[in-house]
Design a protein around this ligand. Structure first.
Ligand code: ARG
Ligand code: ZN
Length: 896
């Protein structure tokens, strides 16, 4: 079944008030509900049916306005309950049962390690009880939880605790009230054995609020960073957006079994432990950064998502794109906090580069593949498949472009208008843009966002071609920009986008020249040029010395930019661009060209492009003003995913991997002395660990140097990694050392067993252990990674039922190890297909994620396409395929 955005209809009824009573029992939980309903509007008459969604429920009784209905008085299907002519208002009471401990899908109410959790977004509430499970139905909830006091002493739900008391028979009760109307997807309950770290804060209005982070006993040594992150998030949202916490109580609960990262249930955020647990022994610097970012993300949803929610799921990016933009800004501000202006700029640039890397490695392929969709999709088969990098990350880029076009002050004014108009409502993407447009026009009556709206409706990554001619004697530089966007499923041709291009002209001294546009001055605002036509010519004046254009600074739009820069221009920009993002990007282009050259020359690294890459690398090593964090990222070669997308024509990922390795080895050999010196200067095993931008940057650079140094797999270099592993006092250095050994050394390095001994009881650390072994690349000829993965599948600690564990082995192997997954035998695909089929029967949502591994199969070289098609068809032909996996595989096959 396909659902269409254009089919949106308001429901017949709203549910004004919802009272729920849960008798929590792992094998059979009783849910009583009392729904007070009213006609949606004056159009709805007495005969209108009350329509509720419900799945996998056992219905015991239906009572309308106090009278129990016989089963001829309502209509029950596998997915719905309909009460014909329910009247314009009334009270419906239901009793249903569900089976939390049978719920391996982890949607609705489920049991994890004996404890109860819920996940309702997008459509999980209908697996708890019958309800109009759609985001435009906002209701005030009260929740009563009854549970066994010995086994489930802590019971939590949204909002404020009204009462807690013991009952007979070893039971206890808690009663909760959420003062804010909300859609069912924001409902949550938790019940089990938990302990918490808590703190009271003072809000902007002087009132206090209780903050709690709940975890299973034994994990309180991992919660402090999440608590501090929560406090920083609250403070930041007040400072930067003027938005304060609207509750007296805000709780985070961590669970080891979770389909996604975390969930913003009102006042009761439920998190994957991966994004809560952080201490130096168990979490890497990247983990710390992710915890802060996800804690921020879920907290920021309290306004952008909860106070203003979505009219329907096609509007998902309304809350997700905006909230990702907010969490990106939060992280940038936190990473820059307390640093000198130069260090702060560098820290922000590193964050921006990290975000763009994700976009290019994951979103650009999505936009070029069978699952391509606009950030506001027009149709879907399974909404869970649309929690995508497009809706989230490209969605955030679309918000960022509005921020670029309006500037911080007008953007904040737009946010204010948005909340004035829509607080307490279910809104649309169009209403968000309209609020921004009003803010823009308050001070610029001539401007609008009409053309900009195409970013919401059109899929695909636009390609922008830039060429220029510079008449130095006249001082005129003519810049010609062209845009096009390849067809995507259902969209053959698309009108031009409004693309903000931040730019500068860098002279030979490395200084930015003033920007003076000839003619129509409105096309340039500050340093942002507005590209609005398919082809546009801009003449800049006053440029009487040679300059190199630096275009799309800060990655001001999510496009593929192709420029006519010469290799010398790129080498120059990689050393001198004043925009740190473009400086990095120029280097990446040089590296990418070098990889392609090595590929063409079948492993030979003596071509011109490699020379250029060595020059860029050497210049960076010699620039002592760069921060360690920035240098670490600038010395990294583009990832295999990004290279795969950029390559013209069909790709052999194994050959691509080998070419990239050859370039890496050449660099490593050429700069061995410098890399060793950098490494040694930063090798401080005795130093206490602290997660700060500067210390994390230092570790990142040191560990990057290590990865280059061990690339030759020489015993004396591997010994460096062994020593680091033996002497380290934190997970960042431990994983770096271990991966150096596992990726380059012989199979079954003793450190792997040591690591397992040390962390056997820590699930997240064991995930890392599986992940490392599943991602050993083909270049390590001492290891048969495919056989290793097959062995690990039988390891006692492995299970497909836990999403983190499934991702750490299957996900890592199929999505993070291209040279093994795409091996020419086709055995990688065959194993993947087996596991997707098995996982489909356990957890369709996670299976559908894993099923995305062959999205880009039509870009593979022909022999691989044959194997890929076979694997895809085998999955497609399986009986009982979930709608989730069917949509992904069906669309992939349709791409042929
Ligand atoms: N809203 C959550 C977040 O962005 C993600 C929920 C994902 N749910 C799903 N069914 N895919 O943090
Ligand atoms: Zn979100």
């Amino acid at each position: 079944v396909t659902f269409y955005r254009k089919d949106y209809k308001t429901p017949n009824h709203r549910i004004v008030k919802t009272d729920l009573v849960f008798e929590l029992n792992p094998s059979r939980t009783k849910v009583k509900s009392r729904l007070q309903f009213e006609a949606w509007d004056a159009q709805v008459n007495d005969l209108a049916a009350l329509e509720l969604d419900g799945e996998a429920l056992e219905l015991e009784s239906v009572t309308l306005n106090g009278r129990q209905l016989s089963n001829t008085e309502y209509l029950q299907t596998d997915t719905s309950l309909t009460i014909p002519h329910a009247g314009r208002h009334g009270v419906l009471e239901l009793t249903v049962y569900n089976q939390p401990d049978q719920n391996t899908r982890l949607e609705g109410l489920y049991v994890s390690n004996g404890n109860f959790f819920t996940q309702c977004e997008a459509q999980g509430f209908r697996r708890i009880t019958y309800f109009p499970d759609r985001p435009d139905v906002l209701s005030k909830f009260t929740v009563t939880l009854i549970a066994n006091k010995a086994s489930h002493p802590v019971t939590l739900s949204n909002g404020n605790l009204l009462e807690a008391r013991d009952l007979d028979d070893g039971l206890h009760l808690s009663r909760w009230e959420d003062p804010f109307p909300k859609p069912a997807y924001l409902f949550a309950l938790v019940g089990g054995n938990f302990v918490c770290q808590e703190e009271t804060i003072t809000k902007g209005n002087g009132q206090t609020a209780l903050l709690q982070v709940w975890v299973e006993p034994g994990n309180l040594d991992k919660t402090d960073f999440a608590m501090q992150s929560l406090k920083r998030s609250i403070e930041w949202d007040r400072q930067r957006f003027g938005l304060d916490l609207d509750l007296d109580r805000f709780m985070i609960v961590a669970t080891a079994d979770f389909n996604m990262g975390a969930m913003e249930n009102k006042g009761l955020n439920i998190f994957n432990t991966k994004f809560v647990f952080a201490n130096p022994q168990l979490a890497t610097d990247v983990d710390f950064e992710n915890v802060e970012s996800v804690v921020g993300h879920e907290y920021f949803h309290n306004w952008t998502g909860n106070r203003v929610t979505c009219q329907d799921w096609f509007q998902l990016s309304l809350k997700e794109g905006l909230t990702v933009f907010r969490d990106q800004e939060f992280s940038a501000d936190m990473l820059a906090h307390g640093l000198s202006p130069e260090q702060a700029a560098s820290a922000r640039a590193v964050k921006r580069i990290d975000d763009v890397k994700v976009l290019r490695a994951a979103q650009f392929p999505e936009d070029a593949g069978p699952m391509a969709h606009p950030i506001r999709p027009d149709s879907y088969q399974e909404i869970n498949n649309f929690y995508t990098v497009t809706v989230y990350e490209k969605g955030a880029e679309v918000i960022r472009m509005q921020h670029t076009l309006l500037g911080e002050a007008l953007f904040q004014r737009g946010m204010q208008i948005y909340f004035e108009r829509h607080d307490g409502q279910a809104a649309t993407c169009e209403q968000f843009v309209s609020a921004m447009e009003t803010a823009l026009q308050e001070s610029n009556p001539g401007l609008n966002l009409q053309q900009f709206r195409h970013w919401y409706s059109q899929a695909g990554t636009p390609e922008v071609h830039a060429s220029w001619a510079h008449d130095v004697s006249l001082g005129e530089l003519t810049l010609i920009l062209k845009q096009r966007c390849a067809p995507t499923p259902g969209q053959a041709s698309k009108p031009a986008f409004h693309i903000p291009i931040r730019l500068g002209f860098v002279d030979q001294q490395g200084c930015d020249q003033a920007l003076l546009l000839k003619g129509d001055a409105t096309a340039l605002r500050g340093d942002v040029l507005n590209l609005t036509q398919t082809e546009q010519r801009f003449v800049f004046t006053g440029l009487r010395t040679p300059v190199v254009p630096s275009l799309l600074r800060g990655f001001s739009a999510p496009v593929n930019l192709r420029t006519s820069h010469s290799s010398a221009d790129l080498i120059f920009l990689a050393a001198h661009d004043n925009d740190p993002f473009n400086r990095w990007d120029a280097g990446q282009q040089v590296y990418a060209k070098a990889v392609q050259e090595v590929l063409k020359r079948q492993g030979d690294t003596h071509g011109e492009a490699v020379q250029a890459a060595l020059e860029v690398f050497g210049n960076l090593l010699n620039d002592h003003r760069l921060s360690d964090g920035y240098l670490a990222i600038a010395l990294q070669l583009p990832g295999e995913g990004a290279l795969f997308e950029q390559q013209e024509g069909l790709v052999d990922p194994v050959a691509l991997h080998m070419a990239r390795c050859a370039l890496r080895d050449r660099i490593s050999a050429q700069f061995q002395g410098e890399l060793m010196a950098l490494y040694k200067a930063r090798y401080k095993p005795g130093e206490a660990y602290a997660y700060t931008t500067v210390a994390a940057g230092e570790r990142a650079l040191k560990n990057l140097c290590l990865s280059y140094l061990v690339a030759g797999a020489e015993p004396e270099d591997l010994a460096l990694a062994q020593q680091q592993y033996a002497e380290c006092n934190n997970m960042t250095d431990r994983v770096a050392a271990l991966s150096a050994l596992v990726y380059n050394g012989p199979a079954n390095t003793p450190e792997l067993a040591h690591y397992y001994q040390l962390f056997g009881h820590e699930a997240l650390a064991i995930d890392k252990w599986f992940m490392l072994q599943a991602t050993v690349p083909a270049s390590n000829t001492d290891v048969d990674t495919l056989a290793q993965v097959k062995t690990l599948l039988k390891h006692p600690a492995f299970t497909l039922k836990n999403p983190n564990r499934a991702r750490s082995l299957l996900g890592a192997f199929a999505m993070q190890n291209p040279s093994v997954f795409h091996q020419h035998s086709g055995q990688g695909y065959a194993l993947w297909a087996d596991l997707v089929i098995e996982l489909n029967g356990i957890n369709p949502q996670v299976a559908a994620r894993m099923a995305r591994a062959l999205d880009r199969w039509t870009k593979l070289v022909t022999p691989l396409q044959v194997h890929a098609r076979q694997a895809l068809e085998r999955i497609h032909g399986t009986s009982q395929l979930s709608p989730d996996v069917r949509e992904v595989i069906g669309k992939a096959l349709a791409a042929a």
